[in-house]
Design a protein around this ligand. Structure first.
Ligand SMILES: *Cc1c(COP(=O)(O)O)cnc(C)c1O
Length: 362
């Protein structure tokens, strides 16, 4: 059905799969015979308990999450995790961070409030257009963990190889790539993702944490809500969670399972991103910002020959019915976010538009 929807290239909140939105619409006034909308439902009700438990079960299946990991649904989006991670995991008061762009910088700034941060690799020298070599990092013996932002939403880079952490715990911010490709959870101590990039509505972070990292010896001043143990002990129902977002995410998990899981999703994403990258590499007007080997399949920053022309392309794209192609103010240029829910036709339409623009203006 044609709802008059636009191809929305926003970095987040971002597109959700249309069949999921349709299902949510159909259940809006009466969820599964409960006589109410999920928004109106007690989080202590049997119906909601089933929703959250099923969401967790489907996520565990999708990501093949080992039994010794907890899945937590925590409010506050991604930014709260910048603080929760060091608050909960800094035992020796020292952690290693890899600096690859805007979101790892935010994580670093926040972690510095809780302990010593060592930046063990950085791509700052080339304006964060690549992922630094992480095969032989200088990691102190007493470091509590090594932290990465696995997909830099603003800069458009992603890891195709995880760092060698020399036996230390790996912590990863997967916000803008969560469920976009298969993930071997056992290689991480903690994975977290704000869901509004690639899964559902804003206001929820999913945390996957190895059980032995959940502590009961945190200082008393750590707020109850910011202790992972609070959420682990109460199956994410310590207080009222973001019921609506959990419900929507659960729908997306089912949608991904039906699609064939994360391997199928990854093939679709590779195929889709290639349409845009191939065009950018063949263009004499537009240029991809990131080196080939580290390019994100989710966020594609690119530039035209000048800042003035960047702005003109953005305006023309908007007039042509595409939304949110302006690059982040910290890097400029353009950026197309092409998450799981962006159909290939959307990318093809964008490329046709850019080709046409190039012919007329180059
Ligand atoms: C958006 C984003 C965040 C922050 O998420 P909020 O929910 O807005 O706090 C953190 N990390 C990455 C990689 C992001 O893309």
């Amino acid at each position: 059905m044609n709802y008059g929807r636009t191809y929305n290239f926003s970095a987040g909140p971002a597109m959700m799969p249309e069949p999921v939105l349709e299902e949510i619409r159909d259940e809006m006034l009466n969820y599964n015979g409960s006589g109410m909308c999920v928004m109106e439902m007690s989080h202590r009700s049997k119906v909601f308990e089933e929703i959250i438990q099923e969401a967790e079960k489907d996520l565990r299946e999708l990501m093949n999450i080992p039994d010794n990991y907890k899945v937590l649904f925590i409010q506050g989006g991604g930014t709260v995790q910048f603080a929760m991670v060091p608050m909960n995991l800094m035992k020796n008061g020292k952690a290693c961070y890899i600096e690859t762009g805007a979101w790892s910088k935010k994580a670093i700034a926040e972690a510095k409030k809780y302990g010593e941060v060592q930046i063990v690799a950085s791509s700052k020298d080339k304006n964060f257009t690549y992922i630094p070599d992480c095969s032989d990092l200088d990691i102190p013996e007493d470091a509590d963990y090594v932290y990465i932002c696995e997909n830099e939403t603003i800069n458009g880079t992603t890891y195709y190889q995880l760092p060698d952490t020399k036996g230390k715990i790996l912590v990863s911010d997967q916000s803008s790539m969560f469920l976009s490709r298969p993930c071997d959870v056992s290689r991480y101590g903690l994975i977290w993702a704000g869901v509004q990039k690639n899964v559902g509505p804003a206001g929820l972070a999913i945390v996957i944490i190895r059980e032995d990292l959940i502590r009961d010896d945190l200082p008393v001043f750590v707020p109850t809500y910011l202790n992972y143990k609070t959420h682990a002990d109460s199956a994410s129902l310590y207080n009222t969670p973001n019921c609506w977002a959990i419900y929507c995410c659960g729908k997306v998990f089912k949608y991904l399972k039906k699609l064939g899981g994360l391997e199928a999703m990854n093939r679709i994403n590779e195929d889709k991103a290639a349409v845009l990258y191939d065009f950018l590499d063949s263009s004499r007007f537009f240029k991809a910002a990131v080196v080939k080997k580290d390019r994100s399949l989710m966020n594609v920053p690119f530039v035209s020959p000048s800042k003035e022309q960047d702005a003109e392309v953005v305006a023309a794209s908007k007039a042509a019915g595409f939304d949110n192609l302006k690059g982040h103010k910290s890097v400029g240029g353009l950026r197309a976010s092409i998450y799981n829910a962006m159909p290939k036709e959307g990318v093809e339409a964008l490329v046709a538009f850019l080709k046409d623009y190039e012919e007329k203006h180059a």
